[in-house]
Ligand binder design. Structure first.
Ligand SMILES: NC(=O)C1=CN([C@@H]2O[C@H](COP(=O)(O)OP(=O)(O)OC[C@H]3O[C@@H](n4cnc5c(N)ncnc54)[C@H](O)[C@@H]3O)[C@@H](O)[C@H]2O)C=CC1
Ligand SMILES: O=C(O)[C@@H]1CCC=N1
Length: 271
């Protein structure tokens, strides 16, 4: 075991592993990182890949200062049943689960246990994550700062009131998936136009990277950036007309509303 503050990941699937790898990249000693898994083969894989310590959920609760819960909302009830008797109120519990409010955890944990709800996204894998952080009733400034330090090491972190977490989940939590979906669809379009798949892929991925950097760094409004691409009587406006004809803007509004609603449905670890 290392000598620093110990962080445990309870549930080390896609987002848990992404966070774990980012934390180690940022310099955290693997000896201070504990993980729990359901399957022994997954445990062996994580130890071999990262040199972290695999423990049971109960041991993680006893040993770690900060517990990051990253199981599916539907599995959170079972995890809390197992965990709650071992979590002292001096621990910080961070939930990365969609939908579940901090109050749900507070009801199941020892009175006064600080809980912080975080919605990260998978670009934490490349240190470009967007994490939205909200404190529960017993989370003090020191706890929010501890959570921020973890998530800032793998991208940006923003504090928002918990009432905005379902919206943030729809926007930035799920957001990367929408971009991948668009890239996939545009690659297909390139193929329709006769380009080889790998060429279509490379053209659209680099265009996405260029557009993202301009969105972040130019300080310009997206409308201005789009106008700069849209020449009079040119190609872009022909495409934009089709996007508007097919209701893409309306589809995005409905899609994000659906994601927000699904997050609300998961509030009690729903099915
Ligand atoms: N995938 C994503 O982009 C994001 C996911 N989340 C949230 O993170 C959580 C996990 O999502 P994913 O990583 O996508 O799912 P996943 O299914 O890849 O990972 C969940 C892991 O938890 C493990 N697990 C379940 N019960 C367990 C238990 N009692 N003890 C130990 N391990 C247990 C499973 O075996 C699995 O490896 C969800 O609550 C989701 O809402 C949040 C932000 C982004
Ligand atoms: O799809 C989900 O439910 C999770 C939460 C945000 C991103 N992935």
């Amino acid at each position: 075991m290392g000598t620093g503050q110990k962080i445990a990941f309870l549930g080390t699937g896609k987002i848990g592993e992404a966070l774990l790898s980012g934390l180690l990249r940022s310099g955290k000693d693997p000896a201070d990182v504990l993980v729990t898994t359901r399957r022994p083969d997954r445990a062996a894989e994580l130890t071999e890949r990262y040199g972290v310590v695999v423990v049971s959920n109960a041991e993680a609760a006893k040993l770690a200062d900060t517990l990051i819960l990253a199981v599916k909302p539907q599995d959170m009830g079972t995890l809390l049943d197992e965990l709650a008797p071992h979590v002292g109120a001096d621990r910080l519990v961070i939930s990365a689960a969609a939908g579940i409010p901090t109050a749900w955890f507070e009801e199941r944990l020892a009175a006064g246990t600080p809980v912080v709800r975080v919605m990260p996204n998978t670009p934490v894998l490349v240190d470009e994550g967007m994490s939205v952080i909200s404190g529960g009733s017993y989370a003090e400034e020191v706890h929010l700062e501890r959570a921020e330090a973890i998530f800032r090491s793998v991208g940006k972190a923003l504090r928002l009131p918990e009432s905005q977490q379902d919206a943030a989940t729809a926007l930035s939590g799920s957001g990367p998936a929408y971009f991948y979906f668009l890239v996939e669809a545009m690659t297909d379009a390139g193929i329709l136009l006769g380009l080889p798949r790998h060429v279509a892929h490379d053209l659209i991925v680099q265009s996405a990277i260029g557009a993202s950097v301009m969105l972040r760094d130019s300080g310009e409004h997206p409308v201005k950036l789009r106008e700069a691409v849209t020449s009079p009587a040119g190609t872009t406006i022909a495409a934009i007309r089709e996007l508007e004809n097919h209701g893409v803007r309306a589809a995005l509004l409905s899609a994000l509303e659906a994601a927000r609603d699904r997050s609300r449905e998961l509030a009690s670890g729903g099915k």
